[in-house]
Design a protein around this ligand. Structure first.
Ligand code: FDA
Ligand code: NAD
Length: 465
């Protein structure tokens, strides 16, 4: 089979790949230089839509409506856009072997791809109950949700099992968003998770209490402190019930499992340095191997604000890390050319490239691009709820506002305070201005004299920073 060769290759066609492609175009990538290789059959899209409007009975989202970069208010990159820019979108192609030493990738169909510079953007995969040997976990109508194909299968089941019963296994992001989406489809929903409250990796008991009551009022039955240990099936191999560790058995026509994700780094095991389950990078998303970058869910990077190395599995970081990596690799390429300011200026006049303009600026300032200085930002939407979180969820907490699940406004939040400073803020039902204010607080980390005063001031504290 013929070998294909590109200057730049991105493995993965998800959020990070799409935002990287836009940045490549901004920087003036030339036709034929860049390829995106994706195992999905569609151009990069905003993955968060899959657990929200994609599943709604009304106001349903479908492609091409949510291709990147609409999720951040940017231009929608339709498949034609890639063609116009001369970017090869190689879809339905899974890379099964990567040899970083010889800069070679091999696909499942046996095609060979060569690159000069590689960006790893393979994202995450789901943890499956079959991984733990749960009996009957391979039954029909047990669903996971990561890619658009998974969402299509789930949409089919929602239609086929109208008015039926669903069990949602897991009380994290997928658990909370999918319970709401299925309930909106008028399905009878039970949610099962092992912890004492939902979303324990972010929520405090106080935050979770609001969501659990709110969901219960919407008709979702919440079962805590136990796990699914087996599934019953009918003669067609379809799931019929979920057996719980505490002995209860729940009837089910549909099961959705959301018990966590795992970054897809297997292709590169032993070839590149890893840390905290991801591929270790510097502040420019360069890995330990020259000419290899890693972005999005797979990258373990220096989180400057907390002086720590972290991996982040959220869309905002996928977008921003991709842009940072591409900006940097253009700058490095120009530096390697050893261009003088005059040469760069001539090149800019010829190409009108933003990357070259940045290089001129950087060269005048005697600096390169800034280190990645990320402020963690997570959000979720379900029913008519919408929350945002910025910063770090460590230290003492202060709950503020109206967290009554029956209140019409339910605007409430939580501050996290460490070493006398606010380091994280959560807000439900904030306005755009209020969300901006909490983001600023998490970035500035203002000192706090008294936790009581913070509780009394509530959102007013954030608004004055
Ligand atoms: P992403 O998963 O987007 O893309 C990886 C791509 O690589 C996929 O196209 C995959 O097929 C491809 N790939 C993997 N291995 C390959 C191989 N060997 N060969 C070829 N292609 C390969 N975050 C948030 O902040 N707010 C939210 O509301 C949501 N909502 C949400 C809903 C759902 C259903 C999911 C699954 C996830 C979210 N997230 C989220 C998380 C967010 O979507 C996620 O962090 C980003 O998509 C990560 O972007 P990446 O590009 O790193 O991976
Ligand atoms: P998660 O880590 O948010 O939650 C996993 C949950 O599964 C935890 O609450 C855990 O208690 C529970 N669990 C673990 N083992 C279990 C078991 N045996 N039985 C029952 N429950 C069990 O992961 P997720 O919800 O699966 O999400 C997967 C990925 O998708 C993550 O990367 C997440 O960031 C991403 N995602 C993000 C959003 C968002 O940011 N709004 C939305 C959807 C998905």
């Amino acid at each position: 089979m013929a070998e294909k060769s590109f200057k730049y290759v991105i493995i993965g066609g998800g959020v990070a790949a799409g935002y990287a492609a836009r940045e490549f175009a901004k920087q003036g990538v030339k036709p034929g230089e860049l390829a995106i290789i994706s195992k999905e059959a569609v151009a990069p899209y905003e993955r968060p839509a899959l657990s929200k409007a994609y599943l709604f009975p009304e106001g349903t989202a479908r492609l091409p409506g949510f291709h990147v970069c609409v999720g951040s208010g940017g231009e929608r990159l339709l498949p034609e856009w890639y063609t116009e820019k001369g970017i090869s979108l190689i879809l339905s192609t899974e890379i099964v072997k990567a040899d970083l030493a010889s800069k070679t990738l091999i696909s499942a169909a046996g095609e060979t791809f060569k690159y000069q510079i590689l960006i790893i953007a393979t994202g995450s995969t789901v943890i499956q109950l079959t991984d733990f040997g749960v009996k009957g976990a391979d039954a029909k109508n047990i669903f996971y949700l990561r890619e658009i194909d998974d969402a299509d299968k789930l949409v089919g089941a929602i239609k086929a099992k109208k008015g039926g019963k669903a069990v949602i296994v897991g009380g994290g992001y997928i658990g909370l968003e999918l319970s709401a989406a299925l309930r909106i489809n008028n399905i009878d929903v039970s949610m099962v998770y092992p912890e004492p409250w939902c979303m324990p990796r972010l929520f405090t008991a106080g935050i979770a209490a609001f969501y659990e009551s709110y969901y219960t009022n919407k008709g979702v039955s919440i079962i805590k402190g136990t796990v699914a240990v087996g599934f019953g099936t009918n003669e067609n191999g379809e799931v019929t019930d979920v057996k719980l560790k505490d002995g209860r058995v729940l009837e089910a026509d549909i099961v959705v499992v959301g018990v966590g994700g795992r970054p897809l780094t297997t292709l590169f095991k032993g070839q590149v340095e890893e840390e905290k389950g991801g591929i270790k990078t510097d502040s420019f998303f360069k890995t330990s191997i020259p000419d290899v970058y890693a972005v999005g869910d797979v990258a373990t990077f220096p989180l400057k604000l907390f002086n720590e190395i972290r991996r982040v599995e959220h869309v905002d970081h996928a977008r921003k890390s991709a842009e940072q990596a591409v900006k940097n690799l253009f700058l490095v390429a120009l530096e390697q050319l050893g261009d003088s300011l005059e040469e760069l200026s001539c090149l800019y006049l010829k190409t009108n490239s933003r990357g070259i303009l940045q290089a001129i600026f950087a060269s005048e300032q005697g600096t390169s691009i800034d280190e990645y200085d990320y402020l963690p930002y997570f959000y979720s939407r379900a029913f008519d709820l919408s929350w945002q979180f910025y910063g770090d969820n460590v230290g003492e907490t202060v709950l503020f506002g109206d967290n009554s699940p029956t209140s019409p406004t339910h605007k409430f939040g939580t501050y996290w305070i460490k070493d006398g400073k606010v380091v994280g803020v959560f807000l439900e039902s904030g306005t755009p201005e209020e969300n901006k204010a909490i983001a600023k607080v998490a970035r500035v980390q203002p000192p706090v004299d008294s936790l009581e005063q913070l509780a009394t001031e509530g959102l007013a504290f954030a608004s004055k920073i």
